[in-house]
Design a protein around this ligand. Structure first.
Ligand SMILES: Nc1nc2c(c(=O)[nH]1)N[C@H]1C(S)=C(S)[C@@H](COP(=O)(O)OP(=O)(O)OC[C@H]3O[C@@H](n4cnc5c(=O)[nH]c(N)nc54)[C@H](O)[C@@H]3O)O[C@H]1N2
Ligand SMILES: Nc1nc2c(c(=O)[nH]1)N[C@H]1C(S)=C(S)[C@@H](COP(=O)(O)OP(=O)(O)OC[C@H]3O[C@@H](n4cnc5c(=O)[nH]c(N)nc54)[C@H](O)[C@@H]3O)O[C@H]1N2
Ligand code: SF4
Ligand SMILES: [Mo]
Length: 719
């Protein structure tokens, strides 16, 4: 029989890099993915997670392809296949039962965030049930940069114009592992003569190629950022036009920064003062581009650290400049995902939104004024276990593996076990899905249609389905729509107000609005560029209370928080001698591995061959002190948490003497359920989620935590 071959332009959606490619299908299966060199955002970059991980996930023999209902005790691993109708009726009714018993606020969702349609679909579905409660993982990811960006008014997330820069300042970003398109651009521009400054405690590839590498103590970057601000001001190298016309609080910032002499910052960070001055000099020549990442985000001083660097971008005049950091530009009429959540027609009454869990403590994060209107996660986990501030009894988890990726695995599991009802939409039987009452099969990025705004190009990208879903898999959007239909049929007629679209296509057309780009154009090319203007703030101003870039944040001042950027020591570094004697190393988690996306792809043999074990990097001298060698297994314990995890030692001088550096996301699909290694090799089993928090985002420390390592002879569960 003749083979049917088809190629479509599409996008990999496995991570937020969104690489454009041509996807070739033979007889209904994707057999080849070719990077699209014309794609203005990814420019021909692609990675092995997209090339292998995505297709192998889609066609994996163990993929969840049918709705399944639990038949034994929770976590017992016994399931029966059921129809979609039965699954959706059951989920709708069980949610309504919980709603009737405990009120709508007792229903909650969990998803990665609202940068993908699944986040919007979930949040609006919860609103259709009358609940403002949904969790997202941004407190652990990009929340601090998101909030600083918003409060300062820059709105420049992902807008790095690396191709045209003369100096890239890379802070807490490991682009060679995390973002192949950014890494490609950095290498290219470096070859053309641009300078690279990398600030990272580890010798990453970006540090190795840098013209200047600053190696700070963990969590001290704000001091370096403020010293660079100080140098720019005292040497009159700041941009007078931007400062005089567009900055609010320059004098206050100058005064704050005056304390941060290079010598003072050197004392805090351990970076030589002369290197800080050289960094400031190079950066001030410009145009310079601030390339930042998770290494200075997601910790208890994340917002202030970002505020220091965002102030630097602002006063240096690199905002919305060729080779600098572009502000996010949208095509006319386009609505992005987060804006959907804030549209008045999809809102719950204010008095209900004010009850979103976490609003009282973190009003700029959770609830009506919140960045994405989501909850504060650790507060939800606590609410499930304590009924404080009120009971949370049913949870719908989709597109997130919270047992593995939230700190304090033990507590997350306890919370999930205690729920009245848990539904998980997933591709694989993750440790989170193992605790569900109902498991729903999810489409992959080869089976769905999705639109995204790429601020770095700028352009719009599209995923188009390469083939219909395998088995009975369905999209998050479809699942939410079906549940809304059932709510209507059960007399909850206002549910539709929160979810007016009947198909994903309708939703995508809603996002595009009446602007210049059509779905057809996107599907034809895979992307669409649109006209944009730099420095349009000269006309529109900034979306802050003063209409200016707020070096001094009026919003933070109003809430009684520090309105100016400041270095705030993390709890780990403040611990007294007693604790530090017991826990002498500082744990750094989250180093990215090329073959994995967080907890994904652990079921794939190629990935496990590339990276078979969860590793812990320690310095050769540290290894001697602890009497451990390459390939030894060690137990890692942190101060402030009773749990632990086991990791395999890698001895390397890439990391600092007092830092133990590891990744995240480990579990073994083949290990015993329900945890499947999540209490064994998962670093979050060794971390607390109840420690000190960023006062704006509520982010917990996932690095810089005092820890100790103990040699263990036991082989890992999967060995
Ligand atoms: N292959 C792969 N790629 C991914 C992902 C994945 O799981 N796998 N995940 C994606 C996601 S969701 C994210 S959020 C990004 C994250 O990717 P990145 O933004 O690159 O963040 P990390 O890898 O967490 O950390 C970046 C660097 O920060 C350094 N760092 C740690 N602490 C500090 C500090 O105190 N100061 C400074 N200056 N640096 C510090 C680390 O040593 C590391 O080299 O990656 C994305 N890309
Ligand atoms: N200690 C520590 N913890 C961390 C981090 C760290 O550095 N250190 N990093 C944090 C960061 S930056 C992040 S982003 C989070 C990541 O946390 P998670 O989002 O939980 O990580 P993933 O492993 O990507 O899990 C996503 C799950 O959703 C599934 N999935 C993927 N796409 C879809 C989809 O379209 N729909 C549905 N329904 N499911 C989908 C995947 O198969 C996978 O099971 O972890 C955070 N946790
Ligand atoms: S970087 Fe890799 S996983 Fe991320 S979108 Fe590109 S190809 Fe996909
Ligand atoms: Mo992330």
């Amino acid at each position: 029989m003749e083979q049917i071959t088809k190629t479509v332009p599409s996008t990999c959606w496995e991570c937020s890099t969104h690489c454009g490619g041509h996807f070739t299908t033979v007889d209904g299966r994707v057999t080849k993915i070719k990077p699209n060199v014309e794609h203005p955002a990814s420019q021909g970059a692609f990675c092995v997670k997209g090339l292998r991980g995505l297709p192998e996930l889609t066609y994996h023999p163990d993929r969840v392809l049918h709705p399944m209902r639990r038949t034994a005790g929770r976590g017992g691993g016994q399931w029966e296949k059921i129809s979609w109708d039965d699954a959706l009726d059951e989920m709708c009714d069980r949610f309504l039962d919980v709603q009737a018993e405990h009120g709508p606020l007792s229903l909650c969702g969990a998803v990665s965030n609202a940068h993908f349609s699944r986040g919007v679909a979930l949040a609006l579905l919860m609103r259709a049930y009358g609940s403002p409660n949904w969790m997202m993982n941004q407190d652990l990811c990009g929340g601090c940069r998101g909030l600083s960006d918003k409060l300062t008014g820059l709105t420049m997330s992902n807008g790095e114009d690396i191709n045209n820069t003369k100096c890239a300042l890379i802070v807490g970003r490991n682009p060679s592992a995390a973002d192949p398109s950014q890494w490609l651009a950095l290498k290219k521009v470096h070859k053309k003569g641009a300078k690279i400054i990398t600030i990272d405690p580890a010798r990453t590839q970006a540090a190795a190629i840098a013209d200047l590498w600053l190696q700070p103590k963990l969590g001290t970057d704000a001091a370096i950022g403020l010293a660079m601000v100080n140098w720019m001001i005292t040497n009159d190298r700041y941009d007078h036009d931007t400062v005089e016309n567009w900055c609010h609080g320059f004098d206050e910032l100058s005064q704050r920064a005056s304390r941060y002499t290079p010598e003072y910052a050197a004392k805090i960070s351990g970076v030589p003062a002369a290197d800080i001055v050289t960094a400031a000099q190079l950066y001030s020549e410009g145009p310079s581009c601030f390339v930042s990442g998770h290494g200075i985000d997601a910790f208890s001083a994340g917002v202030q650290t970002y505020r220091a660097f965002h102030a630097l971008v602002a006063i240096s005049g690199n905002l919305d400049r060729v080779g600098g950091n572009r502000r996010v530009k949208k095509p006319a009429g386009f609505t992005n995902y987060i804006e959907v959540l804030h549209k008045p027609e999809f809102r719950l009454p204010l008095e209900v939104e004010e009850k979103t869990i976490g609003t009282d403590e973190f009003p700029l994060w959770a609830g009506p004024r919140g960045w994405q209107t989501a909850c504060h996660n650790p507060s939800v986990i606590n609410a499930i276990l304590t009924n404080d501030p009120y009971p949370v009894r049913a949870l719908y988890v989709t597109g997130v593996n919270i047992v593995v990726t939230y700190p304090n695995t033990q507590k997350t599991i306890k919370a999930l076990k205690s729920l009245d009802y848990l539904c998980v939409a997933t591709h694989m039987m993750t440790p989170t899905a193992e605790f569900a009452d109902l498991v729903l099969p999810k489409t992959t990025g080869l089976e769905d249609e999705e639109i995204s705004l790429e601020a770095n190009a700028p352009c719009l990208s599209v995923i188009q389905p390469s083939h219909p879903p395998m088995g009975e898999a369905r999209s998050d959007f479809w699942i939410a729509g079906e549940l809304v239909k059932r709510l209507e049929a059960r007399g909850h007629t206002d549910a539709r107000k929160f979810f007016p679209w009947h198909t994903k296509r309708e939703f995508n057309e809603f996002l595009l609005g009446d602007g210049p780009v059509s779905v057809e154009e996107l599907l034809e090319k895979g992307y669409a560029e649109y006209p944009y203007e730099l420095r349009d703030f000269d006309k529109s101003g900034f979306k802050t209370p003063t209409g200016k870039i707020e070096l001094y944040s009026e919003t933070l001042a109003e809430l009684g928080l520090d309105p100016l950027p400041e270095y705030v020591p993390t709890a780990g570094t403040l611990e007294g001698k007693e604790v530090r004697d017991e826990y002498p190393l500082l744990l750094l988690t989250g180093a990215r591995e090329k073959s994995y996306h967080h907890s994904r792809f652990r079921e794939q043999s190629w990935a496990r061959k590339v990276a078979p074990d969860p590793w812990l990097q320690i310095h050769p001298e540290t290894a001697v002190v602890y009497g451990v060698e390459e390939d030894d297994w060690v137990t890692v314990e942190t101060s402030g948490h009773s749990g632990s995890c086991r990791l395999k030692v890698r001895v390397t001088d890439e990391t600092m003497r007092d830092v133990a550096r590891t990744g995240m996301g480990w579990w073994y699909p083949e290990a015993k359920g329900p945890e499947r290694g999540a209490l064994d090799v998962n670093v979050n089993a060794a971390l607390s989620y109840d420690g000190p928090k960023d006062p704006v985002t509520g982010s917990s420390d996932i690095r810089g935590i005092p820890c100790r390592i103990l040699r263990t002879n036991k082989a890992a569960a999967a060995e």
